[in-house]
Design a protein around this ligand. Structure first.
Ligand code: FES
Ligand code: FES
Length: 191
């Protein structure tokens, strides 16, 4: 292998180590899909605009089409294949099923990964562009439909399933709080 343009790397994906040699220009998205057969992560625009390729890097959402695979070495990568707890679906996955948060399903893995991290961000008190009180000491704002729409605005759905997606995310937040998975997520989206 030409070391000037390629590197041997180890990627930590869903708790498993994967060794591979990649051209330095290979995106994390292409490494996942084309090299490791983890095709749950989808390619939409391939330029950071649609969110279909969203994965979690150390628990925070990232568009994998704008991430070089070599730069992801040493990070904990979670893809849609690793969101469930074994056979037990994540509350966000369960809510998407129950509330029909998809039509064709192409954007769904990215929507779910994004929602999982978004709910953690909200519970941790991160404000959004539509949050009224952005002071650090302020409590997390109620998770209204407006808040969910803004916080999920990086994930496009060509089918236009947004109404059900908002319902699903709101329901997942409520259940996450009830089960102690997410502290502080007050929801008003269904009100
Ligand atoms: S495929 Fe990455 S943002 Fe669209
Ligand atoms: S469900 Fe078809 S693109 Fe979102």
């Amino acid at each position: 292998m030409d070391q000037s343009t390629s590197s041997d790397i180890i990627l930590d994906i869903n708790g498993e180590k994967h060794a591979l040699s990649v051209d330095h220009r290979t995106t994390l998205l292409d490494a996942l899909r084309e090299r490791l057969d983890l095709t749950g992560t989808k390619k939409g625009c391939d330029q950071g605009q649609c969110g279909a390729c969203t994965v979690l890097l150390d628990g925070q959402r990232a568009v994998s089409c704008l991430q070089f695979a070599v730069a992801a070495e040493g990070r904990h990568i979670t893809t849609i294949e690793g969101i469930a707890d074994g056979e037990r679906m994540h509350p966000v996955q369960q809510a998407f099923l129950e509330f029909d948060g998809y039509q064709c399903g192409y954007c769904t893995p990215g929507q779910i990964c994004s929602a999982v991290a978004m709910l953690e961000e909200h519970a941790a008190g991160w404000p959004s562009a539509v949050t009224d009180d952005v002071r650090a000491e302020a409590a997390p704002p109620p998770l209204t439909a407006e808040e969910i729409r803004e916080r999920m605005s990086g994930n496009l759905c060509r089918c236009g399933a947004y109404v059900q997606i908002v319902e699903a995310v709101a329901q997942a937040a409520t259940r996450g709080k009830e089960t102690g998975m997410l502290e502080g997520s007050e929801t008003e989206a269904s009100a």
